[in-house]
Design a protein around this ligand. Structure first.
Ligand code: CA2
Length: 151
């Protein structure tokens, strides 16, 4: 039977959500994001294990561990989106379905935010929908995991 657990990964600086730059990222905090994701997953009978770190290696270790404990990964890699081959390699290496989330619309921001190293290892992309995007990403990811049968 497939494990009904998802790994939620938030990358560098996302611990500042709701504290700085509310004009770009809104007023919700990281704790709000984790609650939104946990509630969305629970509606499908899934649990969420959440990790946020400012250290790339911590994120890699959590992704590697998920290989045997989780059915999928929801990730907002933060700025690592635009820089990190090793994060991309970790995601492709564990071979779990991945949903990439960005709170802001990266395509309407600076040019350097338009490229994502994670993009083509992710099956789901939710971009620019604010923190509600995490819930939609979970709905879409669970659909892939369960083959649309919620099973
Ligand atoms: O829109 C997103 O979710 C991003 O992944 C956020 C990253 C940014 O580098 C990406 O281009 C788009 C930045 C995360 C930092 O979050 C902060 C939150 C509040 C205050 C300062 C930074």
């Amino acid at each position: 039977m497939t494990t009904r657990r998802l790994l939620l990964v938030n990358g560098p600086n996302l611990n500042l959500l709701g504290i700085r730059e509310p004009d770009v990222y809104g007023h919700e905090t990281l704790a709000d994001v984790e609650r939104i994701a946990t509630d969305a997953a629970a509606r499908h009978g899934f649990e969420v294990e959440a990790v946020q770190s400012n250290h790339e290696g911590v994120l890699l270790d959590a992704i590697h561990a998920a290989r045997t404990t989780c059915a999928g990964i929801v990730i907002n890699p933060g700025g690592l989106t635009h820089t990190s081959v090793v994060l991309r390699d970790a995601l492709s290496g564990v071979a779990l379905p991945v949903a990439e989330v960005h709170i802001s619309n990266v395509y309407e921001r600076e040019e350097f935010r338009h490229h994502s190293y994670v993009h083509d290892v992710a099956a789901v992309h939710v971009i620019g929908e604010g923190v509600a995007g995490y819930a939609r990403a979970i709905d879409l990811l669970v659909d892939i995991i369960t083959g649309g049968a919620e099973g």
